[in-house]
Design a protein. Structure first.
Length: 353
């Protein structure tokens, strides 16, 4: 994995990054490079980044994959490095989680592409840090730092869980979400259109015993709706540990924990077996840029995970060039709906002749 421009900016300031260093939600394998001169820990919320670090030999005992920091060693960090997330509320979450782990006198480093909104994040750093300011800038990226000069409030995970009642497509239930999860705290318009379309679909007669996969489960709304509609147990997959935790909390809030299996996976890497139905609202961003790689990889490999005559449902922004990719993957597709900036596609695993 090549280092992105934000990590390159960090690298040219790495003489200061010594002692115990925590990367909160890294975006590439730069923590491995820095581990040659410091005691580096990486808290990943992305299975893809976790796996990338594992492949290049990052120490497993210093690598955490979870929605919240979980490590059995009581470490006081000299430095914490945060990459500016797309969601500003996720930055607040990360800061709240890591500040109690930082030594008095320790330093937070925030780095981000100019398009990510990092310029406006300096004020967020000032909530718990002092001497906050710009440290460096290059390649359309900025690096801010701030020092911890006072004790931080303990991190309380439950304070960051947003819970609300939702009605959609003939159902009413409780949803839970966390900062950084898609559609955080509200019903996404595309998801509402998608569920209304699925509500019109005629599922197989014995659907309660079918295998259903929700690829990119987010807060679990599609998974939960499908379980309520069909009675089938759901496999919910996401790259984000925050999304998987939100889905877990959503099913628990509706007393349905038994009805879902959670999988952290980069694409379909961790998926076993075949499914009668696969539904997805696939991610199409890498940072702030449109990126087809996740969706394209998913479409080209989903065929190996559909039963004969198995069905794929996709909701997406209608400007995304998914139709030719779907045709290449499954031979053909049908557009079920197009309106309000969204399109819903249906594909089927061809029966063998």
């Amino acid at each position: 994995m090549n280092l992105n421009s934000t990590s390159q900016l960090l690298a040219r300031n790495d003489t200061a990054l010594v002692g115990n260093v925590l990367f909160a939600n890294p975006e590439d394998t730069y923590p491995v490079d820095l581990s040659r001169q410091a005691e580096v820990y990486a808290w990943c919320q992305s299975k893809t980044i976790h796996d990338a670090l594992s492949r290049v030999g990052f120490a497993q005992d210093k690598l955490v994959l979870s929605a919240q920091w979980e490590h059995d060693t009581d470490i006081a960090f000299d430095h914490v490095v945060i990459y500016q997330p797309k969601a500003k509320e996720l930055l607040d979450y990360l800061l709240a989680a890591v500040l109690p782990l930082l030594k008095i006198g320790g330093r937070v480093w925030l780095v981000g592409d100019n398009k990510s909104g990092v310029k406006s994040s300096m004020k967020r750093l000032e909530n718990g840090l002092d001497d906050v300011g710009k440290h460096d800038g290059a390649k359309h990226c900025l690096l801010y730092t701030g020092y911890k000069q006072r004790e931080s409030s303990p991190f309380v995970f439950d304070d960051w869980v947003v819970t609300w009642k939702q009605e959609v497509a003939g159902q009413s239930f409780t949803l839970c979400s966390l900062p950084g999860v898609f559609g955080h705290g509200k019903l996404d318009k595309g998801t509402a259109l998608f569920l209304n379309q699925l509500d019109q679909h005629r599922f197989m007669s014995d659907v309660a015993s079918a295998r259903l996969l929700d690829f990119g489960c987010g807060d679990g709304i599609i998974s939960l709706w499908l379980h309520n509609k069909t009675g089938a147990k759901i496999t919910a997959l996401d790259d984000s540990m925050l999304a998987l935790k939100a889905t877990e909390l959503t099913f628990a809030a509706n007393q349905l924990s038994h009805a879902v299996t959670l999988i952290a996976s980069n694409g379909l890497d961790e998926v076993k077996g075949r499914f009668n139905y696969v539904v997805t609202n696939p991610p199409f961003h890498s940072g702030v840029n449109t990126d087809y790689s996740v969706a394209e990889s998913f479409f080209m490999s989903v065929k190996q995970h559909l039963t004969l005559n198995g069905e794929l449902f996709v909701v997406a922004n209608d400007f995304l060039r998914y139709p030719p990719i779907l045709d290449a993957a499954l031979g053909s597709h049908t557009r079920l709906f197009r309106d309000q900036g969204f399109a819903i596609y249906h594909g089927r695993q061809p029966k063998k002749r």
